[in-house]
Design a protein around this ligand. Structure first.
Ligand code: ZN
Length: 339
């Protein structure tokens, strides 16, 4: 009960990449970079095991950014043709590449790190990929002329990689869709359909992570505008409950999302965020267990997986390590208390 997991990313060690950045520059190159990525992957797998995390990830140590790490492997994108785009409904401006031709996966994207992770842990292994709606929100288009068509083309590419990850021995495939709380109507119209295309034929568990973003300034400012109760999920949870995805990852620690909304996810495993990634203050086991206790009022306990609110990529490494330990300790306490 209360199998623990994390949203996905962990900070890269300072010898591998710039620290405290969402889009860090690598500090190594060539074979040294490849070796550094492998070492960082194994290091974080062992740290998760030691902290008592049950469903571990490779910490996204081999990708510079959670969306662009995937796009680099897709044909049909012109990375030299950068356009300024207001993404997440203009919450941030970013220079993004342009889709200029039919999208097609060049080959495997994450084979090296998935196979390395599988060989280095006996625990259940989760792998994260960006969701189609979030990708479409992070790229310009001069070929498809239609967001839905482009999303389906990306979903096709994602599905190919997801099937290969499953064959590598990955137990849970998670799609990250921070765009899901921005375009609620589109989620219902085509966002979930695109995810269904991405999970087509998979036998492994499938998850979607939706969230209010990393603890970076643009997100913190945006959160200030959302009022005291964040009810955006009320619109999309019923549609997610009807979907073919097995699990939904949602932030609950220090969140303005009313925990009672989790009731709308009936039938799903809920990855309950019990670790705040927007604060450097490390949670106590007691605090973690308290959030689990709150979630239990609305979700059957066998469906709860204590998790982090979001990825920890831009966080201080020592703090991320301490938060992993808090997650493990809090879940142990909750097992004793609520078993
Ligand atoms: Zn997130």
């Amino acid at each position: 009960m209360f199998e623990t997991t994390i949203a996905g990313s962990l900070p890269k060690p300072g010898w591998l990449a710039e620290t405290h950045k969402l889009w860090p520059r690598w500090k190594l190159e060539g074979e040294a970079l490849a070796e550094g990525k492998r070492d960082a992957t194994v290091l974080w797998l062992k740290a998760q095991e030691a902290a008592g995390i049950d469903i571990v990830t490779e910490g996204e140590q081999s990708r510079q950014h959670f969306v662009h790490g995937f796009l680099e492997a897709v044909d049909g994108i012109d990375f030299a043709r950068k356009v300024e785009l207001g993404i997440r409904n203009n919450r941030y401006k970013a220079m993004v590449p342009t889709v200029v031709a039919p999208l097609r996966l060049k080959g495997r994207v994450h084979a090296t790190e998935a196979q390395l992770a599988r060989a280095n842990t006996k625990r259940k292994l989760k792998f994260t990929l960006p969701g189609p709606m979030t990708i479409v929100d992070t790229i310009a288009d001069s070929h498809y002329g239609d967001r839905v068509k482009m999303a389906m083309a990306f979903a096709e590419c994602l599905n190919r990689e997801a099937r290969a990850l499953e064959a590598d021995g990955v137990d849970v495939i998670q799609f990250d869709e921070p765009a899901f709380n921005v375009y609620m109507d589109d989620v219902k119209r085509w966002g979930i359909d695109a995810l269904h295309r991405a999970i087509d034929g998979l036998k492994s568990k499938t998850a979607v992570h939706i969230c209010y973003g990393y603890g970076i300034k643009a997100n913190l400012d945006w959160k200030q505008t959302l009022g005291s109760e964040w009810r955006q999920y009320e619109e999309i949870f019923p549609a997610l409950a009807k979907s073919r995805l097995d699990q939904v990852s949602v932030e609950c620690a220090h969140s303005h999302v009313p925990v009672s909304l989790l009731r709308l996810l009936e039938g799903k495993d809920v990855l309950v965020g019990v670790i705040d990634v927007a604060s450097d203050e490390v949670e106590t086991a007691e605090e973690v267990a308290a959030v689990i206790g709150e979630a239990m009022k609305h979700v059957p306990k066998e469906r709860i997986q204590p998790c982090t609110n979001c990825g920890m990529a831009p966080m201080d490494r020592a703090i991320a390590q301490a938060k992993l330990e808090a997650l493990g300790a809090g879940a142990r306490l909750a097992r004793e208390r609520f078993a």
